[in-house]
Design a protein around this ligand. Sequence first.
Ligand SMILES: CC(C)(COP(=O)(O)OP(=O)(O)OC[C@H]1O[C@@H](n2cnc3c(N)ncnc32)[C@H](O)[C@@H]1OP(=O)(O)O)[C@@H](O)C(=O)NCCC(=O)NCCS
Length: 215
Amino acid sequence: MDLIIRHEAEAEHRIVEELTREAFWNLYFPGCDEHYLVKVLRHHPDYLPEFSFVAELDGDIVGMIMYTRSWLFDEEGSEKEIVSFGPFCVHPDHQRKGIGRALLEHSTAILRKKDIAAITILGDPHNYVPYGFKNGLDYNISDMTGNYPLGLMVLELTDNAFEGKAWKCNQSRVFELDPKQAEAFDKTFIAKEKKHRPSQDLFMIMVRAQLQKSE
Ligand SMILES: CC(C)(COP(=O)(O)OP(=O)(O)OC[C@H]1O[C@@H](n2cnc3c(N)ncnc32)[C@H](O)[C@@H]1OP(=O)(O)O)[C@@H](O)C(=O)NCCC(=O)NCCS
């Protein structure tokens, strides 16, 4: 397996969007909007291209990860800029071969060199626990409303990143996509059938689940 982790070229934008659509289609809801997020993200001030990569396997792009700025706020309201990622995906034909791990390890090595304290991500914990992520509650990091969603996952990158403090974390607004524009963008791709899948029901359960602090 000849795997190269590198930045995407401008001529590959559409290929990366197609890959993203393929990986997310019908996974979390019928259809998907992650390929539109890729398009919007590239021009957004919170996008961090220096940490974002594609995975090329035997000449084909089969995986990608895109990073954005995100923020932690301590109890005094002081801000610490960290990062988040998404979309992060591997083509369904190539999942569970270590390509996701290669993308994550490549990017986290660079983030550590740049002294970025942590990654936070809202998603399915099954995807992130294998890479060492913990729930926000394990680090005393809540969302902006003070809750601890099941899917709020954190990877500490530097020693004592959280300084023993309690934090609230906030994501970039780039993730608040306009569904109509996402739908219109999707129409520029080859038509694909939108279907119900059990993974969508599981996701709807997970997004409502919260962890509680034990007494
Ligand atoms: C999540 C994703 C990027 C992982 O990429 P991948 O190349 O399949 O993952 P890897 O092969 O590197 O797997 C790394 C480890 O995580 C485990 N793993 C990955 N996804 C998992 C899941 N959903 N549930 C349980 N374990 C999982 C693998 O078994 C592997 O463990 P191991 O190293 O101990 O064998 C890929 O499965 C994917 O594209 N999923 C669909 C899109 C998605 O949901 N992306 C995340 C939301 S942004």
